[in-house]
Structures are given as C-alpha cells and as structure tokens.
Ligand binder design. Structure first.
Ligand code: FAD
Length: 455
C-alpha cells in the first residue's frame, strides 16, 4: 500500500480521479465485465488523457510497483491484486478520417462507439463478436473479427500506436519509426507499453448476409456432421462458427431457448444476399431450426451474428486451437457436452479459421493462430448452482479434445493465464522467444506484469 505522502503526490500529478480500496468509487472503477473477477489493486487512477497515463506509470515505477490496465474488463480472466491500475474508460477520443479511411481512438473506446461513428461514412472496423469489447485491448491480442476470414486479424490493420513506455515516456510507434515495438504490440497484449491511442484502417461497410441459426440440441450430431462437410465448400468471404449453447432457465433468455441445449450456427458473408442464402442452403436443410435469424444485415447489426451477452456476468473461460474438427473431435465433444449430458458449460464454440486469417502479413506481428484450422472457446457461467462444477468440466473438455488441440492458444481466447509454461502457449515458440527477449528491452523492471504478463 502506498504511503499517504506518495498518494497525495500521485493525486497532484494527474487530472483524473485516484481511488484507494477504502474510497467511494473504487469498486465502480475496478468493476469488470466478468463479475466473477474482482480486482484488488492498491490504487486505481481514472486516467483522462495520455499525460495522466505517463504520470501514473512514472509514479508506479518510482514506487517499485506494477501497472495494470483496464478498459472494460472483458478480458478479466484473473483478479489483479496489488499495484497501480490505470482505468482508461474516460479516454473516449474518437476521430474518423473519411478521406484516409482510418479511425483514431482513445484507449477506452468500445467497438460500439466506433460503429456509430463510422457507419454514417459508409465505413466499418474489424470488431469481434461483441461490440461492447474495448478496441485497444482486443487489438493488442490480435483481434479475431467477425469478418476475419475475409479481412484478417484487426491488429494487422493498425497504422500506429501512441504509447507510454515503462520509462513513462510518450512514444509514437509505427512501422517506420519503431518497427520492433510495432510488431510486439500487434498480438503481444499489454506486455510492452500502455497504449493511449491507436490509428487503424477502416473498410467499406457493405450490407452483408449473416446471422445465426439455432437448431434443437437433439439434432446436434447431424448438424455438426453437416457443418463439417459444409465448411470446406464455403468461400473465404464468409466467416462461420458453431456452438453448443446451454441457455439458462432465466427470464432474459427468449422462451423457445430457455433451459435448452441448442446448436448455434453463426454466418457472416460479405457478398450478395442471393449468394449468401445459396451458401447457407445445405445448413438450412439439415434440421428444423428453432430460430433462423440469417438475413441481409447492415454493419450496425453485426452483434446479431453471435448474439453474445451484453450485460456483465460471472464466468470462467478457456480456449485453444484445433488442427482438425473431424468425426472423432465431434464424437468427443458430444460425449462431454452433447444431448442428454448434464454439463454446466454455457458455450462451447468452434470458429473456423483460414482465409485471410491464415495469410502471413507483410510486416511481422505477434499474433498466434495462423496455422490452426479452428479455434475453440468454452465458457462456464459461474451461477451459484453450478459454479463449483465448471472448472472440472472445462478440464474434462480439454482432456477429451486433447488429440485435436495444437497445444497453443490465441491470447484473446486463452482464458485464465496459469504458470509461465501455460502463458507461453499463447504464441508459437519462436514468437514467444522474441516477446520474452524484447521484454528485457522495453520493460526491464516488469512494470507491465498483470493481465497475460510474460515477464
Ligand atoms: C463477450 C466477449 C466477446 C469477445 N469476442 C472476441 C472476438 O470476437 N474476437 C477476439 O479477438 N476477442 C474477443 N473477446 C476477447 C477480448 O478481445 C479480450 O478479452 C480483450 O482483452 C478485451 O479487451 P478490453 O479492453 O475490452 O478488456 P480489459 O479487460 O479492459 O483489458 C484486457 C487486457 O487488455 C490489455 N489492455 C487493455 N487496454 C490496454 C491499453 N490501453 N494498453 C495496454 N494494454 C491494454 C491489458 O492487458 C488488459 O489486462 C471477447 C470477449 C468477450 C467477453
């Protein structure tokens, strides 16, 4: 805990509010989207601008304490205990440069704000399945977008970062001025600097054909079989994923889905409605859907593709990468969580990689997953009745799928980072060695040690 004099000094150095654990406002400031994670830093600074970030980092280094960063808490897989937290949610600057087709966003901006700002100009960004996620945190983890197979990872569309390094200095980082740090930030998560703002390329926003189809859980085997046969026939302009969803028996879940096992197909095709509907035909014929929500959509409707929860909730998540999703993978999945099995896992999702996600970019980055065929993510809702069962069911799922897993993860979908060996799995060994070596250059005192820290 900082001495009162040091605390007073910090309060004088920054414009934004500073809260200690006993202050009103502390709990709100550290609140995370994943409400099962209750952060307990020694102190939290509600930064309002880049100077606040720099002052907070310098102060923390002088105190010999670590620095964590939180924008929304969507990545709160483990509680941050001790140190100084920089809360970026007040850093809401956003500028769309229509001529250059870029956006520059402050560290606290969520995708939904960008969608609102870019849409009137006919532009879009590469957001993921929920627009409630923070743009910067998502992109530092690579950013696996809904339109990923067509347009690639979000991080590869970044033009520049404004950061505060572990020395507390402001730096402009782009491919020309700081090529090494630029490559580390694109996928290396929060290990090297605090990003205060970021400029990235936008794309023409077109109507797309997409949405979800919910099939009854009893048909899971035939739907997954059809999905496996269908995937290789679908062009790169279409992104697709499938999930086993066990929806809780609670009021906010629509009646036909409540308390049921569903198979949720997600589809987003950047092409004509006619072609999109034609592509989906084999999956429409496979079973009678409980809900078929696929239709021509506009960019602001993109959250409807995955229908992720928008309100904070308590959960545990874990992810991996699959080198195949074949008959055996399917059988193992259904044995663990298929119809008739009592599983507390809310979601087991398989996203299809490939297309632009598999292509190496011109500039080196630190994103993992290009060589895998599918990504896997599971989420267990930590509702009181089932919370104790979730960890063992997650372990059993990964054990059952072990022959099909690459052993590596994407950092955004890694889940709770474990020991050093587990943390390293979020990158291929060569990239991890590069990140680890660079940590001694850019953060020698391991100031940025929280989140998915590798120091
Ligand atoms: C509902 C939901 C849907 C998701 N969908 C996708 C998806 O489709 N694709 C995908 O790739 N990911 C997805 N994610 C994962 C998400 O991208 C990561 O959890 C990401 O870290 C969230 O960033 P945040 O800033 O919102 O979260 P936070 O919890 O606020 O931040 C997470 C971490 O990001 C780092 N960070 C954040 N801001 C900064 C900064 N300014 N400077 C330095 N480091 C920073 C820190 O290490 C921090 O611990 C999803 C997560 C959820 C909960």
């Amino acid at each position: 805990m900082p001495e009162p004099a040091a605390l007073l000094e910090l309060k004088q150095l920054v414009e934004g509010p500073v809260f200690g654990p006993d202050d009103d406002g502390f709990a709100d400031e550290v609140f995370a989207f994943n409400v099962a994670t209750v952060h307990q830093p020694d102190i939290v600074v509600g930064a309002v601008n880049a100077n606040d970030v720099a002052a907070a980092v310098k102060w923390a280094v002088a105190q010999g304490t670590g620095v964590s960063v939180q924008a929304t808490g969507h990545g709160a897989t483990e509680a941050i205990i001790g140190g100084l937290m920089i809360s970026t949610r007040r850093m809401q600057d956003l500028e769309v440069d229509v001529a250059a087709r870029t956006a520059t966003v402050g560290a606290g901006v969520k995708w939904k704000t960008l969608i609102e700002a870019a849409t009137p100009h006919g532009l879009m960004g590469l957001n993921g399945s929920s627009s409630d996620v923070g743009i910067v945190g998502y992109t530092l983890g690579g950013g696996f977008p809904v339109f990923g197979r067509a347009l690639g990872f979000a991080a590869d569309h970044v033009r520049s970062f404004q950061v505060v390094g572990s020395d507390g200095a402001h730096r402009h980082v782009d491919a020309g001025s700081e090529p090494e740090l630029f490559s580390l930030l694109k996928g290396g998560k929060g290990n090297f600097a605090v990003v205060t703002s970021m400029t990235f390329g936008l794309h023409e926003s077109r109507e797309f054909y997409g949405g979800g189809i919910m099939y009854p859980g009893k048909d899971a085997d035939q739907v997954l079989t059809a999905f496996r046969e269908w995937v290789p026939t679908v062009p790169d302009d279409a992104s697709l994923s499938i999930a086993l969803l066990r929806l809780p028996d609670v009021e906010f879940v629509p009646e036909p889905l409540r308390g049921q096992l569903m198979v949720h197909l997600r589809f987003a095709f950047l092409g004509s409605a006619e072609e999109g509907a034609r592509l989906l035909e084999p999956m429409r014929a496979v079973s009678t859907p409980v809900m078929d929500l696929a239709r021509p959509m506009t960019y602001p409707e993109i959250d409807l593709v995955h229908m992720d929860p928008q309100d904070p909730l308590p959960y545990e998540e874990a992810g991996g990468l699959l080198h195949d999703f074949n008959e055996e993978t399917q059988a193992a999945l259904l044995d663990i969580a298929g119809p008739g099995i009592d599983s507390p896992l809310l979601l087991i999702e398989v996203r299809v990689l490939g297309g632009a996600l598999a292509r190496r970019p011109e500039l080196v980055d630190s994103i993992n997953g290009r060589g895998a065929k599918f990504s896997l993510l599971t989420i267990g809702l930590l509702a009181p009745e089932v919370a104790a069962l979730v960890p063992s069911h997650i372990r059993a799922l990964f054990q059952a799928l072990q022959p099909h897993l690459t052993g590596f993860t994407m950092v955004n979908f890694h889940g709770r980072p474990g020991d050093a060996i587990d943390r390293a799995r979020a990158w291929d060994p060569e990239t991890f060695d590069r990140l680890k070596a660079a940590k001694t250059t850019y953060d020698p005192s391991n100031t940025f040690r929280y989140g998915h820290g590798i120091g």
